[in-house]
Ligand binder design. Sequence first.
Ligand code: ADP
Length: 585
Amino acid sequence: MIRRLLTALGAGHTRPVHVLLGLLTAAALAQGVAFALLVPLLRALFGPQPGAAWGWLWLFCGVAAPAVVLTFAAQRRGFRVGAEVARRLHHRLGEAVVALPQAWFTRSRVGALTRVAGEDVLAVMSLPAHQLRPLVTAVVTPLAIVVVVLVLDPLIGVSLAVAAPFLLAVLWMSNRMVARSDRGRDLAIGEAAARVLEFARAQPVLRAFGRTVEGHRELDTALRAQRDADRRMIGLAVPGLVSFGFAVRVVFTAALALAVYRFLGGLLDAPTTIAVLVLVGRITEAVGTGAETGATLRISGNALDRIAEVLESPPLPEPDQPRMPTGNVVRFDRVGFGYRPGEPVLHDVSFTLPDRGLTALVGPSGSGKSTVARLIARYADPQTGSVSLGGVDLRDIGTVERTARIACVFQDVYLFEGTLAENVRIGRPGADDEALDRAARAAGLIEVVESLPHGWDTRVGEAGATLSGGQRQRVSIARALLARTPIVVLDEATAALDPENDAVVGAAVAELAARGSVLVIAHRPATVRDADQILVLDGGRIVERGRHEELLATGGWYAGFWERRNHAAGWRLVPGPALPAGGHR
Ligand code: ADP
């Protein structure tokens, strides 16, 4: 467990834990020695010269006092190291998360990450703060005492030494039983928590369709599974926990019986017998307390496993010697990609984005449009073929260089805690107010800023809830405009929802395309019609490519798509017969 903690902390950050372990060991050793001094003390007290006991008493105080001071110091340091461990783990998790490929961030993993960074780090923090002390005491103090008993009465000493592996075996077995039940219970709790969340999120839909009763069913099943797992845990854990306590008492009773037997046989004098009994009692107590931390220790162990899983997830590899792209042409060369083995999403996709102009990506839902966009942003690497920028494979370009050249405007716009201005400045942290205003104007964000009571200084925490999906997307577009990257990847999906947003996105796309290369997952007919290049994706393959007129003339998927678009547009504006082809809106 300690080794796993040290690994999680990373090289160069293990010293505080080592120092703490040293302090704890010294404290436990001093405790053991202090207890051992009871033997000569008792012997002197019951011997022919009881006055000699004073000397031993002073020596006892001389050892016990440092033991108390060391324990106090170790306890204080334990809290400090706990805080340091938490800080370091957060840091390491942050570093790991930054380097993880975007494909790692599935919905369930993001949920789990919240738990890892919160609850699990807290659980590991209590390892140095609370759990190490009883654990070290449970091992070191009995060891010191056993050594003393070995000297006093080798037979009892040897029996205690022999009992140690027996106790350890019982402890190991009981731990395994409890851990097995814990794991099953963890899964059941996770499932139940996910169902409760889902049930809460689904309320608007369930209520809208009057399905409040059926909506319960999955939740009920999950809760029942959790109850069953709880029962199983009690069934497995209780014998596990009881068996160790029982074994400790068996050892204690055996040592007691042996001491009495040897005293009655005249092989042990009275003071030594009393001392041995006191020492055996102390061993039992130390081991018992250590075992009691077993439950919390297991929780920390499981937490540590989950943290290690995140830390050990393979990061998106950074090139050892990054190469500089020449120019900003993006090329897909026979790219094959799938999120899961055996389930390819893109097949043999090849195309080129020139360093200027608008490329529209269209195709049925699920055809792989977003996946293409993600590969350009290197959210993941293709399994076959390559994606290159300026003649260099994306894998050979450093992250800093890549992000300086490619900006993404995706649907799920994340707004950080901070002011609206700070949120847009993420695009280019040093941008002045004028540049900020210009970007906001082009992104249609300025109207939003002006309507807010504190303008640019409005905290997104307050405004986040009041910003609509379209307005959030404008923040994202403004970021991209401000960043002035030569390549922008944009997903218009939500933008086409209302006419006002439609116009804003249209203008922004035109501006971006005039100064660089833009790849748009297009939904607005105007974007598609005006594109310099249209790529039609179907089933993960590019099935058609060309300009609007060329594709209409082929009468393929695109021609049908255009027909349907116009039909829909016609329906919206003029209830009645559809407008003729080409006359959208
Ligand atoms: P589009 O953008 O054209 O709707 P996507 O690129 O989002 O298509 O999805 C293409 C395919 O990849 C779909 O079958 C989808 O289920 C799958 N897919 C998308 N994202 C993921 C993901 N993170 N993990 C697993 N499969 C995914």
